[in-house]
Design a protein around this ligand. Sequence first.
Ligand SMILES: O=c1ccn([C@H]2C[C@H](O)[C@@H](COP(=O)(O)OP(=O)(O)OP(=O)(O)O)O2)c(=O)[nH]1
Ligand SMILES: [Mg+2]
Length: 155
Amino acid sequence: MSLSVSLELDYVALPHFEGLALPKYETKGSAGMDVRAAVADDEPLTLEPGDRALVPTGLTFAIPQGYEMQVRPRSGLAFKHGITCLNTPGTIDSDYRGELKVLLINLGKEAFTIQRGERIAQLLLAPVIQGEWRAVSVLPDTSRGEGGFGSTGKS
Ligand SMILES: O=c1ccn([C@H]2C[C@H](O)[C@@H](COP(=O)(O)OP(=O)(O)OP(=O)(O)O)O2)c(=O)[nH]1
Ligand SMILES: [Mg+2]
């Protein structure tokens, strides 16, 4: 059995998106769509070890209310080069209308250069449940109680 849900994403491409492919699911079963760097052709972005940068994607869009987009690192970039998203998972709110930017950091030992069109992160859509705080005098009892931070041991 499979459940297939898709969501329409209205977007406006910025001038520097020209010629780039939209974020896309690379395989039929992909959870995330890979998004590309919209850095200038003649100005690739070099991240020295320890450097971080907001990388433009050239895309603005409207996520339907009740959903969010998560910006997650690509494991290949992380494994091979130590490149990851600093604020992972990045949160794109449904009411955000600015350009999607990806906050990358180089945790590797060597400089890494991001070229225009390179797939730098993946975008996941997810439903959002907003909470409402309600003050009560007592919380329901549990066997865990206040135990946390390793309280159940290692194995
Ligand atoms: O990786 C990211 C994370 C965020 N954003 C944009 C979309 C998001 O809706 C907005 C705010 O993000 P967040 O709430 O994480 O940042 P903040 O520091 O709380 O800023 P704000 O006060 O604007 O909410 O910034 C990005 O483009 N890329
Ligand atoms: Mg915020």
